[in-house]
Design a protein around this ligand. Structure first.
Ligand code: ADP
Ligand code: MG
Length: 344
């Protein structure tokens, strides 16, 4: 007999695709904080996130009217209609993350905006209802707390328990990827020991510049092996830092690779291959550190491919990559000429 699945079950099934793991939680909450124009973001991981994940920001907060619609499925303040996708400048636009979290965890949101003293929104375990109460908050901003993630998805929770530390490292890498690119935002991540309750800051970036963020994350010695790079190709522009064009720097680079499109961490496998090939052709080594932000017109790509938005479809990708390759080779050739003219 064909029957419809209950609403609550559908909710849980779909939510599990939006939020696959704790890394996804941290990613979504950081993105919401950046979208809210925060310039300070604090991430607290209790027992590597297994016990609790808290992300606090000093962004614009949530208005008194919005506290009643927050975390409803496909409710967002960032997109109105499909056509707007071409010009979307925010990380979020699908209105799914908080809704999914409300059914996969115990979720609470403490927020205050310019015209309120503070509100606490607590979500019931059924994932559908929430209660709102007055709760004063010192400064404008939002704190989202996620407890007992995947409590109703035992396979994921058990798997996570076994790999807690490994997952904690993956969470740190996703925090790093946002911390590196976020200029103008101070990002601090704290690790709270599950038993001792003491907190230590495991990552602090000041947001002063890309170079300072990188040296705060990986150390000044690492940044010393990098060069600034910047050039235009077609209607796009790329800027960032990459391993200096010599074998010694590549050896020290440790193969760190961070790609961004308009500040969004993404996978760009074809660009990555093109860079590796160029290093290999010129230096005989393909391992290079890469931190590059591609500024590409928003109507030239589609981020709405997977819920985590890491995969992006570039319009006419082959042409764009080839055009990038030519310019990147010119950049390498310029280094060869200047090295020779200096008699090195
Ligand atoms: P999306 O980011 O795609 O809009 P979310 O479920 O992540 O979907 O968030 C839903 C809405 O909640 C956002 O559109 C935004 O209006 C509000 N919101 C979420 N997090 C914050 C935050 N940290 N500060 C202010 N508003 C927030
Ligand atoms: Mg979001």
């Amino acid at each position: 007999m064909i029957r419809s699945i209950s609403g609550a079950s559908v909710h849980k099934i779909c939510a599990g695709q939006v939020i696959i793991d704790a890394v996804g939680v941290v990613k979504e909450l950081i993105e919401n904080a950046v979208d809210a124009s925060a310039n300070v973001i604090e991430i607290h991981l209790y027992d590597h996130g297994f016990e609790k994940i808290i992300v606090a920001d000093n962004g614009h907060g949530i208005s008194d009217t919005d506290v009643h619609t927050i975390a409803r499925k496909h409710h967002t303040s960032k997109l109105r209609k499909f056509e707007d996708l071409d010009g979307v400048h925010t990380f979020g636009f699908r209105g799914e993350a908080l809704n999914s979290l409300s059914s996969l965890s115990s979720l609470s949101i403490h927020t205050r905006n310019a015209s309120s003293a503070g509100k606490m929104i607590t979500f019931e375990k059924d994932g559908g209802t929430s209660s709102v109460e007055e709760k004063r908050r010192g400064h404008i901003g939002t704190t989202v707390s996620v407890f007992e993630l995947f409590r109703d998805v035992p396979v994921r929770r058990q798997e996570w328990q076994i790999n807690k530390k490994k997952e904690g490292c993956r969470i740190m890498s996703i925090i790093q990827s946002y911390a590196i690119i976020s200029t103008g935002i101070k990002i601090v991540a704290y690790h709270h020991d599950g038993t001792k309750r003491n907190a230590s800051a495991t990552l602090v970036t000041s947001g002063t510049s890309l170079a300072s963020n990188l040296s705060e994350v990986f150390g000044t010695q690492f940044v010393g092996t990098l060069d600034h790079v910047e050039f235009s190709f077609e209607d796009s522009h790329v800027r960032g830092m990459i391993s200096k064009r010599n074998t010694e720097s590549c050896r020290l680079s440790n193969d760190r690779r961070f790609f961004y499109v308009n500040g969004r961490p993404v996978d760009l496998p074809k660009m990555a291959r093109c860079i590796a090939e160029t290093y290999k052709n010129f230096l005989g080594k393909s391992h290079a550190a890469v931190v590059l932000n591609f500024e590409i017109p928003t109507d030239r790509y589609d981020v709405n491919v997977t819920p985590d938005k890491r995969k992006i479809l570039l319009h006419d990708e082959s042409r764009l990559v080839e055009s990038f390759r030519r310019k990147f080779q010119e950049y390498f050739e310029a280094a060869e000429v200047s090295t020779k003219s200096l008699g090195r």
